[in-house]
Design a protein around this ligand. Structure first.
Ligand code: AHR
Length: 650
């Protein structure tokens, strides 16, 4: 049982926290010092809260998409990654069969997929089948009584114009026995085959693989082999259900995509080239080389999660799209000079915006309709590049202006985000990134308090307290929550904020960056303490910041308060980053007297965390919050993050 649960059992009501020494850990509760006083003047509104304050940032890192949110079970399905035959696909045969598996660079199912897996079978029978095996991403995560959608392109030459019965099986690694099987006749020229595999009463597990086997001699070519589990809202080529639910739990107002460094690529040729990510999968990412789309994070992207899928992801989460367009700079100091050389990239961005937002009568809107989504998406913000302060050529001033002028000319109402301050034009918004220790965030929560309100708005497009691995620990959650109190206080200037990176596959070799917000393997996922802190902050947010004053609090104590104008509900966030409890006298000028709510996230130590094995060690605990009069005596325990919800008066 978690320490949170124990404490809740001892004292379920707010304000009656008993100074119980913790059984373990370093944070034995010391008697609180003199109460601090927090006065909230709900009558006096300082400013409104940005309606898009909390959102999500994403990119292909840590197997976020392939091997993560994009739930394709076949690894290297289009045979386009290096090392395909050693790592992902292996030949299945008995020793006498003399079969051969090679990469055939002369034939493929489309102009984009020009290679294929060629399987030559010299001897095979019903008792000695021959075929290929795919090991998947850390195995095939299979569940009982579940239907998997299988598809593949194949061409077969078995002689005499016959069709070849090809068996597709999901097989348990340990028993070698199929857990689901289907057979389809293949033969003739390239064609897509589709079937379903349904598991029975199998144990849930990842120790499974895929086999495609034949029982007669001949030659078979295969490509774009796909096995998809059920997806969120049953969307074809859609998203992993538990990860979408986790994101929905964060109440995101927007999603920034596709990155991050993933947008830029190491080299210009490895940028996120959106036109190669749309249309049927079999037509995506056409050559010329590089033959795949390497992400800068040491593995290749299948581009299965392309521009339309990003937009549908926003649609599924009811989040606005914050579209990041490639701006002519890649991470190995490659850039395109402003001027005519940059024109094609600017045009690509204009086309991309049209693909997302144009009606079906426009060129790229028609492409989107052809791809299956006639209705335009809403995009209010476009970000031009990513972290262009790294560009040592200092070309961003010119590049930004060129994109800015072209986009504003065609889409005057779009808000344009610069990735660093620029000269020559005032961007609507500037994207600031912060990766800091908890201590650094504690010291910087007033960063924006005195910032100029007359210029660009701010997007805190990436931030994270750099503590915990693979996911943020409770110390990081304290840093993040303290930082967010400053974001809320300055939510007139800060229009959006997002944690980064969001996802990590916790399997060996899955992580390139830590900490991350949400961890998973093939089967299950968990939220870090920071995930819960962020979810609380976004889930309990008003639309106004009322005036307030705090006196007498100890160091490492942070708060923010917002109010919902239509209901009068007041949301108070408290962060006690010290091990010592903080006594607080909360004075509200207008209290309704109704019972409110307390949500508490706490841990014994900063190192406490959640994990794939212990996913709910630290989760918010809810209890009632009785507020009889205009004042409440409240003690916030050491190492705690709280939301207090006060039903107010309108
Ligand atoms: O979040 C990880 C990386 O950090 C992002 O890709 C990049 O924008 C930043 O440097």
């Amino acid at each position: 049982m978690s320490s949170i649960a124990v404490r809740r059992k001892i004292c379920p009501l707010l304000g009656l926290f008993l100074a119980v020494p913790a059984a373990i850990g370093q944070s034995a509760q010391i008697a609180p010092a003199k109460p601090a006083v927090l006065e909230i003047q709900t009558e006096k509104t300082l400013h409104s809260v940005s309606p898009t304050l909390y959102g999500l940032m994403t990119e292909e890192i840590n197997y976020s998409y392939d091997g993560g949110l994009y739930p394709e079970l076949v690894r290297n399905r289009a045979l386009r990654d290096e090392g395909w035959e050693q790592q992902d696909w292996t030949l299945l045969q008995n020793k006498e069969a003399g079969a051969e598996m090679v990469m055939d660079k002369t034939t493929g199912p489309s102009a984009a997929l020009t290679n294929s897996l060629k399987l030559t079978i010299k001897a095979a029978s019903a008792t000695e089948p021959v075929g290929v095996r795919n090991k998947g991403f850390w195995g095939y995560a299979l569940k009982p009584n579940t239907t998997y959608s299988v598809s593949f392109y194949a061409k077969g030459d078995v002689g005499g114009g016959q069709m070849w019965p090809l068996k597709v099986s999901l097989v348990n690694d340990k028993t070698g026995k199929p857990v689901a099987t289907a057979t389809t006749p293949v033969g003739g020229d390239w064609k897509q085959y589709q079937l379903t595999l349904k598991t029975g009463a199998i144990p849930t597990g990842t120790d499974n693989h895929l086999e495609l086997t034949a029982i007669s001699t001949g030659t078979l070519w295969l490509d774009l082999v796909s096995v998809f589990p059920p997806t969120y809202k049953d969307r074809p080529n859609g998203f992993r259900i538990d990860l979408m639910e986790k994101m929905a739990g964060m109440h995101p107002a927007f999603l920034r995509f596709p990155g991050g460094n993933y947008l830029e690529g190491d080299h210009i040729a490895e940028r996120y080239d959106w036109k190669k990510t749309i249309g049927p999968l079999v037509d995506r990412a056409p050559p010329p080389p590089p033959p795949t789309h390497p992400s800068p994070w040491s593995y290749h992207s299948s581009d299965g999660l392309g521009l339309l899928e990003f937009l549908e992801w926003c649609e599924d989460l009811h989040a606005n799209a914050v579209l990041a367009v490639y701006a002519g700079y890649s991470m190995r100091q490659e850039h395109v000079d402003p001027g005519t050389a940059l024109d094609p990239y600017v045009q690509d961005a204009l086309d991309e915006i049209e693909y997302a937002t144009g009606g079906p009568e426009t060129k790229w809107g028609a492409e989107r309709a052809k791809d299956g989504h006639p209705a335009p998406f809403t995009v209010s913000y476009v970000e031009i590049g990513n972290e262009d302060f790294f560009d040592r050529s200092k070309s961003y001033d010119g590049r930004f202006k060129q994109f800015h002028d072209a986009i504003k000319a065609k889409y005057p109402s779009l808000q344009l985000i610069a990735t660093t301050p620029v000269t020559g034009v005032v961007p609507d918004v500037v994207d600031d990134h912060y990766y800091k220790s908890a201590e650094e965030f504690f010291d910087d929560t007033h960063h924006y308090d005195k910032a100029d309100r007359g210029g660009s708005k701010i997007f805190v497009g990436e931030y994270a307290t750099m503590e915990g691995s693979p996911t943020a620990d409770f110390g990081a959650a304290l840093g993040d929550a303290a930082w967010l109190t400053g974001i809320e206080r300055n939510s007139d200037l800060i229009v959006m904020s997002a944690y980064a990176p969001m996802f990590v596959n916790v399997n060996p070799g899955g992580m390139q960056w830590h900490p991350d917000l949400i961890g998973y393997d093939g089967l299950t996922s968990y939220g870090s303490p920071s995930y819960y802190a962020l979810s609380l902050f976004a889930g309990y947010l008003g639309d106004q910041v009322p005036d307030s004053t705090l006196t007498g609090a100890g160091p490492r104590f942070f708060y923010s308060v917002t109010r919902q104008q239509s209901t009068g509900m007041v949301y108070l966030k408290l962060v006690n980053a010290s091990p010592v409890p903080q006594d607080l006298e909360i004075k509200l000028d207008k209290a309704s007297g109704a019972v409110g709510k307390l949500l508490r996230l706490r841990a014994e130590t900063q190192a406490d965390t959640n994990s794939i094995a212990n996913p709910k060690h630290i989760v918010p605990v809810e209890s009632p919050l009785p507020l009889a009069g205009p004042s409440l005596h409240h003690t916030i325990p050491g190492f705690s993050i709280e939301v207090l919800e006060f039903p107010g008066k309108k």
